[in-house]
Design a protein around this ligand. Structure first.
Ligand code: CP
Ligand code: NVA
Length: 301
């Protein structure tokens, strides 16, 4: 079974990843040594840079007794236009799963169509599903069940925003996104989620409106990987969308701030907020490893 986006999973299935990750985290802290993936090997095919996702997937695989092969896209024959369907089928003969970070969502979907082993999306231009699972794990740890919470997204309607929208629909929590005009999340994803959602998923322009009464506030870079040429222009457009202490004062006083990192201090978030008492970014980064253990166990066994 593949994990290309959160859309194909039920509420119970998504909740099961979180529960399992919390258990694996507690067991690891208690000194347990797991071996359930002994004899299994995954390939990490990364066509974009990564610090956290790569290392946390590698650490997770080793922590469960498995092994990894890191495959920067440029070092494979993909860089010389080998068809994805050939790559998918050949890899499936060698290894037990493919974790892929790339540009188009269609690349991950094509690999999944032809691979006979699980394909896991480690970020595309459209989605970042594993990240949102670790973000939600962090919220559950700190604030309890998602269904009772209001979540705000402030900034670009990017891959992270799209996966948050799908999570809000499936897990049944309220989500308000504040994005500048022209930087909305994917229209089809938003429409499909709003049609099925049990709690409101709302797109607004005013960041203060989005964070009002929110217990969770999300920030992310204004220019994602692949948008470097737009970075300067985006800084001007996104200035009013900075997560700073003035904005935080509009939210629930107990609100936590999430940032998937890497962060650009002074742009989408201030140093004061990222380093402040309401920031959950460091636990959130740690939880990527625990959620990746739960994902690898579920998909590889
Ligand atoms: N949050 C995240 O995906 O970070 P990396 O780009 O470092 O993997
Ligand atoms: N939206 C960001 C997330 C980085 C983890 C990007 O795609 O670059």
């Amino acid at each position: 079974m593949h994990l290309t986006s959160l859309w194909n999973f039920s509420r119970a299935e998504l909740a099961a990843y979180i529960e399992r990750a919390l258990t694996l985290k507690a067991e690891a802290k208690a000194g347990a040594r797991h071996q359930m993936l002994a004899g299994k090997v995954i390939g990490l095919v990364f066509e974009k840079p990564s610090t956290r996702t790569r290392v946390s997937f590698e650490a997770a695989m080793y922590a469960l007794g498995g092994q990894v092969i890191y495959l920067p896209g440029r070092d494979t024959q993909l860089a010389r236009n080998e068809p994805l369907k050939d790559m998918a089928r050949v890899m499936s003969r060698y290894i037990h799963g493919l974790v892929v970070r790339t540009y188009g969502q269609e690349i991950v979907e094509e690999l999944a169509r032809y691979a006979t082993v699980p394909v896991i999306n480690a970020l595309t231009d459209l989605h970042h599903p594993c990240q949102i699972l670790s973000d939600i794990m962090t919220v559950v740890e700190k604030r309890g069940p998602m269904a009772n919470l209001k979540v705000a997204w402030v900034g670009d309607g990017n891959n992270m925003a799209n996966s948050w929208i799908q999570a809000a629909c499936r897990l049944g929590f309220a989500l308000t996104l504040a994005c500048p005009e022209g930087y909305d999340p994917d229209a089809a994803i938003l429409k499909a989620a709003q049609a099925e959602a049990v709690k409101p998923i709302t797109l607004v322009r005013d960041p203060r409106e989005a964070v009002r009464e929110a217990q969770v506030i999300n920030a992310d870079v204004w220019a994602s990987m692949g948008q470097e040429a737009e970075a300067e222009a985006r800084i001007r457009v996104f200035q009013p969308y900075q997560v700073n202490s003035a904005l935080l004062r509009q939210a629930d006083p107990e609100a936590i701030v999430l940032h998937c990192l890497p962060a650009h201090r002074g742009e989408e978030i201030t140093d004061e907020v990222l380093e402040g008492p309401q920031s959950a970014a460091w636990d959130q980064a740690e939880n990527k490893m625990h959620i990746h253990k739960a994902i690898l166990e579920r998909h590889l066994l």
